[in-house]
Design a protein around this ligand. Sequence first.
Ligand code: NAP
Ligand code: MN
Length: 265
Amino acid sequence: MKFAITSRGDSNSTSYVYRIKEYLIDFNLTYDEENPDIVISIGGDGTLLCAFHRYSSRLDKTAFVGIHTGHLGFYADWVPEEIEKLVIAIAKTPFQVVEYPLLEVIIRYKNDAKESKYLALNESAVKCSEGTLVMDVDIGGQHFERFRGDGLCMSTPSGSTAYNKALGGAIIHPAISAIQLAEIASINNRVFRTIGSPLILPAHHTCLLKAVSDNNFYITIDHLNVLHKDVKSIQYRVSEQRIRFARFRPFPFWKRVHDSFISSE
Ligand code: NAP
Ligand code: MN
């Protein structure tokens, strides 16, 4: 089996990189940064987001596992004290795989410029380069509302505990193939109206955000934020691809939610 390790890059995380590499090579595994069967991410949830994007072209062949060197993470749920146990599990057992849904993002431009396609593990948020974001929201090919406000955030189930949660969105269990649209400070009065509540769309439902007058938007894909110019529309739906996590022990999602947000007792 081939493995790769990604790290946050701080000295603490880096020291574990060397240890794990040595252990796994001793177990006759091969270090292969290009075509790994398993990617071990050491750092935080942000580190796993980077690992995901680095290997997003081979999601069907690569499984991920995260070790946290800071606070408990949603994607990084092993502690450094367990490294020996984890290494043995990786080397010795055919591991179980748990799949989580991803968000597909297609950005189309005016003047028929080539579209851009992305996958997000957490979310994609749209903001305006200047002033209020105004966009028409279509769902399933039907006009739903004209949104005015600071922005819109479409998240995955596993991303629902990140930015989405701060926007008042619901936490969605990752066994549900869905995406969630949350508003960022919408304008609501007698003249302008949006739904106000987060919307949860099932697989195969498409949400299209269409530019109204301004065509320049800051569009985030997880930790990446890029200014896209001459945008015609942004299309969101549940991707047909999924991320695969290597599971070596049960760690239920609701326990992670409890331990991260309520208490670690
Ligand atoms: P960051 O600024 O370090 O991330 C903000 C926090 O979100 C960190 O504590 C990070 O954990 C945590 N996080 C990331 N994914 C999560 C998830 N799925 N569930 C719960 N918490 C999660 O930047 P980053 O590490 O590159 O992460 C990018 C993410 O930050 C974005 O995808 C977005 O979701 C989130 N974000 C949140 C807010 C907000 O809550 N107001 C605003 C902007 C962005 P680690 O410290 O373990 O990395
Ligand atoms: Mn981070």
